[in-house]
Design a protein around this ligand. Sequence first.
Ligand code: GLN
Ligand code: ZN
Length: 761
Amino acid sequence: MIMISVTTLGFPRIGARRELKQALESFWKGDRDAAALQATAAGLRERHWRLAVAAGADSVPCNDFSLYDHVLDTAVLFDAIPASHRAAFEDDPLSGYFALARGLQDGRRDLRALEMTKWFDTNYHYLVPQFEPGQRFSLRADKPLAELAQARALGLDARPVLLGPVTLLKLGKRTDGGDPRELLDALLPAYAELLATLKAAGAQWVQIDEPALALDLDDADRAAYRRAFDALAEADSPQRLLATYFGALGDNAALAAQLPVEALHLDLVRAPQQLEAVLPLLPADRALSLGVVDGRNIWRADLDAALSLARRAGERARWLAPSCSLLHVPTDLELERKLPGPLKQWMAYAKQKIEELRLVAGALAGDAAAEGELAQAASARAARLASPLLRNAQVRKRLAAAEPAMTRRASAYPQRIALQQQRLKLPLFPTTTIGSFPQTAQVRQARAEHKAGRLDDAGYRAFLENETVQCLREQEALGIDVLVHGEFERNDMVEYFGEQLDGFAFTSHGWVQSYGSRCVKPPVLFGDVARPRPMTVEWSRFAQDHAAKPVKGMLTGPVTILQWSFVRDDQPRADSCRQIALALREEVLDLEAAGIAAIQIDEPALREGLPLRRADWPAYLAWAGESFRLAASGVGDATQIHTHMCYAEFNDIIDAVAALDADVISIETSRSRMELLDAFVRYRYPNGIGPGVYDIHSPRVPDEAEMRELLDKALDVLEPAQLWVNPDCGLKTRGWPEVRAALRAMVSAAQGLREAARAEA
Ligand code: GLN
Ligand code: ZN
């Protein structure tokens, strides 16, 4: 019999009904004051703690809550506040905090937001800590102290969660370009002081999150880890739980096992085999926290596997927990109303995951009732895996029959582009956009009315047709060469396709925080993917019928659909991706047959799917690239395939990007002022490229000269015949006046280039 406690490493903050989102947005609008916002936040914390305890947690984390982002909270905790924002911060810490998160323009101040980027391989975005020359750290411990006090006042045994010092520095950037790890010695005294402060406030344990231990580390990183944890061991500290997650410790296992802490958390979902590897490395007095249910997905866990892992860990096992913080899953499955068929019985959100852990703990303690429920859970899981809903024999047959030749275009790029040019007759430096045009309040309202049944199908259709035609007229008036239909019929670039494909289901309460108040509701990819009927052909044909110039077909790529969904765990991701690709291939061919001469397949998430460890990159890039090519390569030489990528640094995967063999790639570069193109210089990429010439994420409208300068920079490394002119992403979040002004300047910049080229000839 093993006595083991149940806990979590963190709980979703946003609220099952996105209460935090609503509170934040009304605070930002000025409809709610700071006290009301803080009251909502405190209410959510209390509700979530109580919910966790009711579900079976013996102890709960605290300070896992955040009004915006836990990495920003940690930067502020140690006073890493850029000089530019300090005055705003001193005036009012809350508005200073939001100024760091979102920027601030109030007539008096014009402050930029911190850079934002993806948290490891998740779809959560954190704010990048910014360290300045002479950076000093001091402690502003009010937030963790307040949350600890709140939990203790409720009679809870709460464990403050802290982002560890090495991960914090590695996630940050120094404005002078130096190595943030050099700041470790300056940070550690403040960190030690924090531990002492929390101990004095009654904390028995602290949780120190070091997800960077799952990354490839160099000697300097390893030295930093030893120095940091040695220093913290000297502090007057609560007991320390060192939390690692998102992957195997791998070659960092010995390092992590020997850092002087009282307990170590292992992600045994991503890496169940690492328990065997780590056990012999652990010093005798080290306890374990076992991450045995998936904090990144929504399926009911394999509780028998969890049970045997816990048995294997034996006496060392102190806690059972999800693999990582539950931040990445929705709150409570019980709220779901519209999931089809048996899906709900197959799934678990945050609350249900704690219940699963409780069952395992019960069974370990020899509780007969728990054992019975465990058997029930096992049969529910087996029922899913055996369900005919998961399998589509036709899809499997067609995929098995897919030949390697299906992933290659018929001819090489030089032959293709000649035929495409004959067909499309584009000028030098062709102009285009990335797909979406403003999703105005009217567009969103019409969609909502239609969904609610107040606007009938015919009325909605007429509205969308009108929007599309208007959008084409706008593009023609601006003089754009390759048009788009504007995507007014689409709610979201993944949901739109998932809703039309077999194998996907949609939730009503499956909200997950993406950043700040932004949430997404990922589709649930539960079964084999098939396309019962064309998805985009009607709208593309309609648009092409209403325009003389070519209109690009517009699809979301297989990797992006996979990456932004909750994915089935009973087969490799690569297999699911190929199924999506096969469905998209049919769509591409139908578009071609409908006379569409250019088809764009967006893959904004290609980069973020990259595994955390470099050793795993080639395998991922191989299947991801193959899936894209399977979707794209069925067309004839004269059909032009475009792709689009954004949100990322592509320099280190440029070969894989080139291997997609798209005829044209549009890619985000404007924020990095075309630095990205360095990679293309080294690589000598031969196909068409549209390096985005302006940043659509900002309301600022750049002028023609600014775009021309970027284009001239691009021409330093690209051939004129390769260069396309386009914004760096879709325009759906912008308003029409800015879009018109920016695109007018963009078209003029392209015309200026053409004139210069003619003058030279
Ligand atoms: N075609 C999509 C759009 O324009 C691409 C969006 C994206 O890259 N995230 O909205
Ligand atoms: Zn984009």
